[in-house]
Design a protein around this ligand. Structure first.
Ligand SMILES: [Fe+2]
Ligand SMILES: [Fe+2]
Length: 579
């Protein structure tokens, strides 16, 4: 049963503000109230992309008047007359399935808006070929994510600045190796993750040289005895200093193995051939090219031709011959210009681009694998099937929204639940109606329902207290698994039998588990990187940490910064209530 008003049947008559729970009109009114009050934008388009329906939220989200969009082609009104790239509406029309994409739009006033964009094919009252587009505003979360990513890069840059302070040559060399190795990795057709690792691996591969005395690093002439040992320690030192994190695994391998040789005569582990990770074999070629073509205090660079000759000559002994062949071809084709290798902007933009959604995509992929393959967070098939069973317009819209809906009255009785909600709690709709909301959910939700009678930080209670929309991220343990629900609580009124208004609260829950877990993972990584950086600075240069270009300062204040960001986000989300 999709529709969920069943109070009278359970013998729990309402004391005041009686609703005629069996009235079809109330049902229809209620659904419309949800559609207009939900913090979700809806658009319905026909086969020729003409807009047949929009709700108020869409108009507010995109800052449009109703007559600017109704009856128009959707992309004329929403995308400056150009069909959207990766348009989910088109995809849904083509294959009859649900699709999802996260889109980024720049508004006419220059502000950037992120939207979770779902599209599902629907038929309404016999009209086929319509597509329902569901848009959920994700701007605040994405702003937070961008700040976190920027912070990650700051930490990496701090390491590079640290190296620069000690040894400008090595710092410049690391940037070059990063640029060459990532170009070569891309040229060889390896995936984006490998390119990302080549980029960071190159930047950090010689970090351990901070451990080598200046007199040895810049010595003009042959190194002897302990000096050789000291230089040869740098790959191991880099390996030990970088955090032992899954996301740093390949970067550490590049660091420790970039002086290994194809014929097994390298150091520190005398690895041979393919025992050396391919990323490190690529870095070795880039490392030699950069080292040979750079000027040192005690000698000028040997030049491009000499470096290429040296690399070709050592293919099969020092280097993987296959990689040398690719490198030579890449250089011959003009894909590498030494003078542009260190353009920092390219590096920065690229790292940011790759880092932004890497974790989320990994999580979504994992989720898709474990749930039988809904690609990249698409709506499950059941959502699409739901439409054919419910031809009513309002039913169709609500059933297609990837969220659960509940309406609670001022006594915290549930007066409406969507079938998705009931399903998520393993109960029938009838079981849940007129139950106290905290009886249904208490014990499962650990964030807001901390107290049995009423909930300390419950967004519903806050809605009745303030009359304003609330947002909370709720953590829930379901069948031993942690899940996160983005919960909007929206004030609304319904008319009772005598036409008097009854105050209610509409609760809309979106699944935010993948995003939240990815965020937690990224924050954990960042914390450990920051700890590593701080320990590194204090161990290496005792007593001088405060003086190294604010590097230690950045590390110390990292956790504070993160907390501040989280506080800001919570405030921003709470202030949505004023919307
Ligand atoms: Fe090195
Ligand atoms: Fe190097």
């Amino acid at each position: 049963m999709f529709w969920g008003l069943g109070a009278g049947e359970k013998g729990k008559p309402r004391k005041k503000g009686r609703l005629d729970l069996h009235s079809p009109k109330l049902k229809q009114d209620l659904l419309w109230a949800i559609i207009q009050n939900a913090p979700v934008a809806y658009i319905i388009t026909d086969k020729s992309y003409r807009v047949k329906f929009v709700n108020n939220r869409l108009l507010r989200l995109r800052r449009l008047e109703r007559d600017e969009i109704l009856g128009n082609i959707c992309y004329n009104a929403l995308n400056g007359g150009v069909p959207c790239t990766a348009c989910v509406v088109r995809k849904a029309m083509e294959d009859g399935r649900g699709h999802r994409v996260l889109r980024k739009d720049t508004m006419s006033d220059g502000s950037v808006v992120y939207t979770d964009d779902f599209a599902v094919p629907i038929s309404v009252d016999g009209e086929e070929g319509l597509v329902l587009n569901v848009l959920v505003d994700r701007t605040l979360e994405m702003q937070f994510k961008e700040k976190t990513n920027a912070l990650f890069l700051e930490v990496v840059r701090s390491l590079i600045r640290l190296l620069e302070k000690k040894d400008p040559y090595t710092s410049q060399h690391c940037r070059e190796v990063s640029a060459i190795a990532s170009k070569l990795t891309r040229y060889m057709g390896l995936d984006n993750n490998a390119v990302y690792n080549a980029m960071l691996g190159g930047l950090l591969h010689d970090l351990g040289k901070l451990h080598v005395p200046d007199s040895v690093l810049n010595k003009n002439g042959r190194l002897v005895g302990w000096e050789v040992d000291s230089i040869r320690e740098h790959p191991v030192f880099t390996y030990l200093v970088l955090p032992d994190l899954e996301s740093f695994k390949t970067i550490r391998e590049i660091a420790i193995s970039h002086h290994e040789k194809w014929d097994g005569t390298g150091y520190p582990n005398a690895l041979k051939g393919e025992e050396i990770p391919v990323e490190a074999r690529i870095a070795a070629v880039a490392d030699t090219y950069s080292a040979m073509t750079s000027d040192r205090p005690y000698r000028n660079g040997l030049g491009h031709e000499a470096a290429m000759e040296e690399i070709k000559k050592n293919a099969g002994t020092q280097f993987d011959p296959n990689i040398v062949e690719k490198f030579v071809r890449m250089v011959d084709e003009g894909s590498m210009d030494r003078d542009t290798l260190t353009a920092p902007e390219e590096t920065t933009t690229f790292v940011r681009m790759l880092q932004t959604n890497r974790l989320i995509q990994r999580r979504l992929k994992k989720a898709a694998e474990t749930t039988g393959g809904h690609a990249q967070g698409c709506l499950p098939d059941s959502a699409v099937r739901g439409f054919t069973a419910h031809s009513s317009f309002a039913d169709a819209i609500l059933n297609a929204t990837p969220a659960t809906f509940t309406i609670v009255d001022e006594s915290l009785n549930i007066i409406y639940v969507s079938s998705r909600f009931a399903h998520a709690h393993g109960k029938s709709v009838d079981d849940l109606c007129m139950e106290k909301c905290f009886d249904v959910i208490n014990g499962k939700v650990t964030y807001c329902f901390e107290v049995k009678d009423g909930c300390v930080r419950c967004p519903v209670v806050r809605v009745f207290a303030t009359g304003k929309q609330q947002y909370a991220l709720i953590r829930e343990e379901v069948a031993g698994k942690t899940q996160y629900r983005g919960t909007y609580a929206v004030p609304m009124t319904l008319d009772d039998i005598d036409g008097k208004p009854i105050r209610c609260c509409l609760l809309i829950l979106f699944d935010r588990t993948d995003e939240k877990l990815a965020q937690i993972e990224l924050e954990e990584d960042l914390k450990r990187i920051a700890d590593m950086l701080y320990n590194f600075v204090t161990e290496l240069t005792p007593g001088t940490t405060g003086n190294i270009d604010g590097v230690s300062g950045a590390a110390v204040s990292f956790n504070d910064y993160l907390e501040k960001m989280q506080g800001e986000l919570a405030e921003m989300l709470a202030s949505q209530g004023a919307d």
